[in-house]
Design a protein around this ligand. Structure first.
Ligand SMILES: O=c1[nH]c(=O)c2[nH]c(=O)[nH]c2[nH]1
Length: 287
């Protein structure tokens, strides 16, 4: 029996980078969180402590800042690809994974330099690049909180001796959408495609008469794939933010679907992938 080194990677997690571009008195803000993760000829580093192949995580952080200065940030997918491609320019770095989150800021006060953070929604992406020139991009969003106050049912489910859930024919359906979608190529108009996907997700959530969150999930994925030829696969994670009608009978009050307890846990967690049946292989895109 021998003990050997298995898969490994390393990088700088969560480099916070804010870029301010000044157009006279009108400022533009890009607020991102960059995480790099590199792999390659790292055996000696692990086995003998020889660091000759190791590009320090500190350098990786500096590279994010420097390339933002030289090239701007632009669409996070393009910036992530730029960084990933850059790192694989080193002989010892065979593969780079770069994840970027973007936080939105909205203008306030009419000053040109005042902003308020854009709720809890975050735009995301993960780019991969290897030394053979293979690359992939997955875009996404998290924290898109949505609710339908009617148009949602859940009944006809499997029951057993532990079932207490009452069938529902008119319930609140609420979730915080976490969606990630895989592009077939690496050169999309990522701003336009993000806007299109976000719009279709919202449209499908609002427009689907739901018999379950699973059914809504599929409808959302299907709507995105129908609208975006460049996207071949979408993965959705939908926490079911349960809203339970409160029993007000002890107080002599009725409650016709009006007063709810918004529970934060436990929550149902509905996850699924919707893809084209001819989607090209994902390779390392989801790693
Ligand atoms: O849309 C739903 N899907 C479920 O699988 C489920 N399970 C549950 O208790 N409530 C719900 N709602």
């Amino acid at each position: 029996m021998a003990i050997v080194l298995g898969p490994n990677r390393y990088g700088k997690a969560e480099t916070r980078l804010v870029r301010v571009v000044r157009d006279g008195g009108v400022h533009h803000v890009k607020d991102v969180n960059v995480s790099t993760s590199l792999s390659g000829a790292m055996s000696e580093a692990h086995l003998t402590g020889d660091n000759a192949a190791v590009l320090p995580t500190d350098t990786q952080k500096n590279t994010a800042y420097a390339l933002a200065r030289e090239h701007g940030v632009g669409q996070i997918e393009d910036f992530a690809l730029l960084l990933a491609r850059h790192f694989t320019g080193h002989d010892t770095i065979h593969h780079a994974r770069v994840a970027v989150e973007e936080y939105g800021w909205n203008r306030i006060g009419g000053t040109g330099h005042s902003f308020a953070r854009d709720g809890g929604e975050v735009r995301t992406c993960v780019a991969h690049h290897d030394r053979d020139g293979r690359a992939s991009v997955v875009s996404g969003l998290t924290g898109l909180v949505v609710m339908n106050t009617t148009g949602s049912e859940f009944h006809g489910f499997l029951t057993d001796p532990y079932t207490t859930l009452e069938p529902a024919t008119d319930r609140i359906l609420a979730t915080a959408v976490d969606a990630r979608w895989r592009h077939a190529g690496t050169s999309a108009d990522f701003a336009a495609s993000f806007a299109l996907v976000r719009g279709r997700l919202l449209e499908a959530f609002a427009g689907t008469h739901s018999l379950s969150l699973q059914q809504t999930l599929y409808a959302m994925g299907e709507r995105v794939l129908n609208a975006c030829p460049d996207i071949c696969e979408i993965r959705l994670t939908l926490p079911n933010r349960h809203h339970f009608p409160v029993d007000l009978a002890p107080f002599g009050l009725d409650n016709e679907n009006e007063i709810f307890y918004a529970a934060d846990r436990p929550y149902g967690l509905i996850e699924g992938t919707v893809l084209r049946d001819d989607a090209p292989g994902a390779g390392f895109a989801w790693e």
